[in-house]
Structures are given as structure tokens and as C-alpha cells.
Design a protein around this ligand. Structure first.
Ligand code: F6P
Length: 535
């Protein structure tokens, strides 16, 4: 199947994406719409033969079987022997699902009800700190215990009517210092979000926050909440069971914002809007499960990614939301995609025969246009772009801003595809008064090769429901790509080595462990740090 795709790619060499629009219905044929969200992948060099080969690849890789196994709670995270059921968190009224012989759904419903009750108490002022109603919530977590609630809270700013929410992740003391300074400990709620409750960054920050609160509050533990699978560790930290919200090991960190890890978001926007966010995710699940592969949004987004990275060899992809409130979405998707599919062996342990997942990066438009789009338009690397934009904004008084924002988004995808040829550039330079060799030289700088692929995700307004759809869309995209590559998208062994070495390096830096075994570069850096600390 890969050979068929590579052959098709070669056959398309030299063909313009624009020419594919000679077929009048290309835009509609290369789009998927579900529940008010439209994905247009027509501005790519995928033609009918490539498209059907891609769909065949998905089918022959077992995407449908694997999808059924995931939703049924089979242990598809094979290296950890775990089910993958974040989808259950967003479908609390769904049918029973058994994991190791026990139905997990009643636990999902109970936890959601407890989260709702705490969120309502905090928001209404019934839950008080030592100094009165809670004015600030500080979520301490990292990776999947940070990026989701942080991204979601920012994305849904127009719905934020609860206390202020802050997010601390980095072990750099600057992060917690700058966050806590200015807050009143007597009116702050601290959420310690850690699936394992052992992550060094989170536990260090949690202890610092506890010390900070203990200076002003007689019972600091009463203003702490834990979101964790390790309930006994949360208890050891001094957090009472009624403020511990657990979730099963069938929820991966980077897939966890739908459950307890989403508590800060729920406190910010309120339980009803949080329910809408869950409903959006569940709507995308329903579409993903039911739609035929060729009309399935996550499948077609995944196949576009496979085409660009594994078939065409483009090393990265850019996520470009034309929505300032989605500023943290590229970082969120970096973890989701790169921690899930950045693997070098297949499920069986054999080396991958293709590239693993691509580098994912991005920033909101229009800001990126004035920073890195130069390379996207005229650099020698091709960067497939994933645009997203709402048809309207949340600020009716500023509709002219949104009109400009949307126009820029649509203009960029068109410009990337069309480009500007040498003749057009020459004509421009002639108009500007250049002649002869100077006209030629100036014109060459103004050529845009075009034929650069992009997809666009478009929707009416960024509501909680829409955000749920978008996050679930990308989760399933990652899943489909992982199945096609034969990867386990749900473990993350690659982060372990750095964690282990950092532990021993702390002893080396403090002089408690010997330096001799280290390489020359590391010895030099350690010596530099030690000498500066001595000052
Ligand atoms: O970076 C590794 C990782 O395990 C992520 O997968 C996870 O989201 C993050 O660390 C935080 O882990 P925890 O929630 O256990 O603190």
C-alpha cells in the first residue's frame, strides 16, 4: 500500500494543486462536515487515486477494528496493558463499559457529579477559604495535567464567569513565584493535578504552594484539591478524600482534560458549559464511530497528515488557529501528537518502516504572518498548514476585526496554493520602475512557488461544544495515524530517560554524587554552574 502511495506521489510530481480544481466539485468532494464543523482538505495535492489509496491504507491497517476495540474498552495500550477510554469521560450517560470485569460508567458519573458540586460551591462562594470566597484558583500540573485545562480556559474566555484561574507547570521557581505573588492565600484554592502524584515538577510546586499558604492560613490542606489516580499519595500530602478526584489508568495524561483534570476549566466556565464541552467531544466520537472512512473527519485529517509526512516527506506541520483564544492549542497539540506518535518501534517492538509522527508547531494568526510565514511561503521546505477559523467572533462591536481576521486566514491558504509566478513578479517590478537586469533580480525575490498544501477547519463560533469537537477531532486523528503506523499512541516511554538522568544530575550539581563519570561537555557545564553558585 505504501508503494502505491509513493508511486501516486511521483505521478503527481509537477502537478499544481490549483489544476485539481478543474473538477468543479473538488471543494465539496474533498471536505467533510459534521455537526456544524467543516474540514476542507481540497487545497492539497491529493487526487482521487491518492485518496482511495489512502482510504485503503486506513482500512487495511485495521483502523475500524482498532476503533471498535478502543471504544469497547479493550486493552489497546498494549505496552502498559491498559484500556483507552477517555471517550467514556465525555459520554457519562453512555452504556456500561467493562474494564477488567467491572463497569466503569457509574464511577465516571459519580466523579463528574462531585466535580460539579465542588465547582458550584466554589463559584457560588459556599466553599470558602480562610479569608472568605475563593478569588483565585491555581492549577499545578504539567504536560497533560496542565496543557488541556490551560488551553481550554483560555479558549473559552467569553464563558469564564468563575474565579480567576492560573496555571503553574514549570519547576522553574519563577513560574510559581510570579503566579502566587499578588494572590491572597486565604482566598486561593490550589489544585494539584497529577495522575501519578509523583511528577517532580508538580510535587515541588505543590509543596511550595503549601508552604506559601501555611504562612497565612491555619489549615492550608483545606484549600487544596487533588486530581489524581494515586489517591493514597494525595492523602499522604494531606488532602482530605472529599477533595480528591480520581480517574482510572485508562485515561492517558494527554487525553485527560475531559475528567477531573478539567476541574479548573469547569470552575472557570461553570458545570453547564463544561457539559457542553463534553457533548462536543461526544458528538465527534459519534461521527468518528459511524461515518464511513472516506467521509470521516478524523480519518481524513489523519490521512492528509500521512500523505504529507510519510508519503511526501514534509518533516513538520503547522497548526495555525486564527483565534487568539486558541493561542495555546499548538502547544496542546504538540503534546497530543508528538508524545503519542513520536515512537521508533511498532506495537510488536519491530523498528518502524516509515517515519513516525511529524514535528507539530504553530502560533495563532495573524501574528504568525509577521513572524514565520516568510519561510512557509518562500522557504525551501514545504510546511503543510492546518488553518482554523470561526465565521464570527465573540465581540459583535468589533466585527470589523473579525472580518479582517477571517479574510487573512482565507487569503493565506489561497496564496500558499496559488503563489506568484516569475512573469507576474516581472510585471510588478516593471510597474515599480525597474528595468533590465535589476528588474529580473528584483522579480526573482518576489516569486512565490505556490502549490503549498493546507487544510482549513471552519465553524461558526468557538463555543464549549465546538472546542470539544476540535479536541476530540485531533485525538482521533492521532489515533488513526498511530494505527496506520502500527504505533502504540498511548504510552510515553521516551520521557523516562530524561527524568532518570535529571534525578542523578541534581546530586551531581550539589556535589553529592561524583562528576568523573560524566562526559567532558557535561563536566564543563556542571563546573560552570557550581562556580556561579559559589559566588
Ligand atoms: O511527560 C510525561 C508525562 O507522563 C505526561 O504524559 C503527563 O501528561 C505528564 O508527564 C504529567 O504526569 P502526571 O499527571 O502524572 O503528573
Amino acid at each position: 500500500m505504501w508503494d502505491v502511495l509513493k508511486d501516486r506521489r511521483e505521478a503527481l510530481e509537477g502537478k499544481d494543486i490549483l489544476s485539481l480544481f478543474d473538477r468543479a466539485d473538488r471543494a465539496a468532494a474533498y471536505s467533510v462536515e459534521t455537526d456544524g464543523v467543516l474540514l476542507d482538505y481540497s487545497k492539497t495535492l491529493i487526487d482521487d487515486a491518492a485518496c482511495s489509496a489512502l482510504v485503503d491504507l486506513a482500512r487495511s491497517s485495521g483502523v475500524e477494528e482498532r476503533r471498535a476495540a478502543m471504544f469497547a474498552g479493550k486493552p489497546i495500550n498494549e505496552t502498559e496493558g491498559r484500556a483507552v477510554l477517555h471517550t467514556a469521560l465525555r459520554n457519562p450517560d453512555g452504556p456500561a463499559i467493562e474494564v477488567e470485569g467491572e463497569d466503569i460508567m457509574s464511577g465516571v458519573r459519580d466523579t463528574l457529579a462531585r466535580m460539579r458540586s465542588l465547582a458550584e460551591e466554589v463559584r457560588s462562594g459556599r466553599f470558602e477559604g480562610a479569608g472568605g470566597t475563593i478569588e483565585d484558583v491555581v492549577n499545578i500540573g504539567i504536560g497533560g495535567s496542565h496543557l488541556g485545562p490551560e488551553m481550554g480556559t483560555r479558549a473559552l474566555g467569553p464563558y469564564h464567569d468563575g474565579p480567576r484561574c492560573h496555571f503553574v507547570s514549570n519547576v522553574d521557581g519563577a513560574d510559581i513565584h510570579d503566579t502566587l505573588s499578588g494572590l491572597d492565600p486565604a482566598r486561593t484554592l490550589v489544585i494539584v493535578a497529577s495522575k501519578t502524584f509523583t511528577t517532580i515538577e508538580t510535587m515541588t510546586n505543590a509543596r511550595t504552594a503549601h508552604d506559601w499558604m501555611a504562612k497565612a492560613v491555619a489549615e492550608p490542606g483545606a484549600q487544596f484539591v487533588a486530581l489524581s489516580s494515586a489517591t493514597e499519595k494525595a492523602a499522604e500530602f494531606g488532602i482530605a478524600p472529599e477533595r480528591v478526584f480520581a480517574f482510572g489508568d485508562w485515561v492517558g495524561g494527554r487525553y485527560s482534560m475531559w475528567g477531573p483534570i478539567g476541574l479548573a476549566l469547569m470552575i472557570a466556565i461553570g458545570p453547564d458549559d463544561f457539559d457542553d464541552f463534553l457533548r462536543g467531544g461526544a458528538a465527534m466520537d459519534a461521527h468518528f464511530r459511524a461515518a464511513p472512512l472516506a467521509g470521516n473527519m478524523p480519518v481524513m485529517l489523519a490521512l492528509t497528515g500521512i500523505w504529507h509526512h510519510q508519503v511526501c516527506g514534509y518533516p513538520t506541520r503547522a497548526v495555525l488557529p486564527y483565534d487568539q483564544r486558541l493561542a495555546r492549542l499548538p502547544a496542546y497539540l504538540q503534546q497530543l501528537e508528538m508524545e503519542s506518535n513520536g515512537k521508533r518501534v511498532t506495537m510488536t517492538g519491530a523498528p518502524l518502516s516509515t517515519q513516525s509522527g511529524p514535528v507539530v508547531w504553530g502560533a495563532p494568526g495573524t501574528n504568525g504572518q509577521h513572524a514565520f510565514y516568510q519561510l512557509i511561503h518562500q522557504g525551501t521546505q514545504i510546511v503543510p498548514c492546518e488553518f482554523m477559523v470561526a465565521a464570527r467572533g465573540h465581540e459583535p462591536d468589533l466585527a470589523h476585526h473579525h472580518a479582517l481576521l477571517a479574510a487573512n486566514c482565507l487569503a493565506q491558504s489561497e496564496a500558499l496554493m496559488r503563489g506568484r509566478g516569475l512573469d507576474a513578479a516581472r510585471a510588478l517590478m516593471a510597474q515599480a520602475g525597474h528595468e533590465g537586469e535589476e528588474r529580473e533580480r528584483q522579480a526573482r525575490h518576489r516569486v512565490f512557488p505556490g502549490n503549498r498544501p493546507s487544510t482549513t477547519l471552519i465553524y461558526d463560533l468557538l463555543t464549549p461544544f465546538r472546542l470539544g469537537q476540535i479536541v476530540a477531532l485531533y485525538e482521533h486523528r492521532v489515533f488513526v495515524e498511530g494505527v496506520i503506523l502500527g504505533i502504540n499512541s498511548f504510552d510515553q516511554w521516551g520521557v523516562e530517560l530524561g527524568k532518570e538522568l535529571a534525578g542523578t544530575m541534581a546530586d551531581v550539581l550539589s556535589g553529592d554524587a561524583p562528576l568523573d563519570a560524566k562526559d567532558g561537555s557535561t563536566r564543563q557545564l556542571v563546573t560552570f554552574v557550581q562556580s556561579q553558585r559559589g559566588r
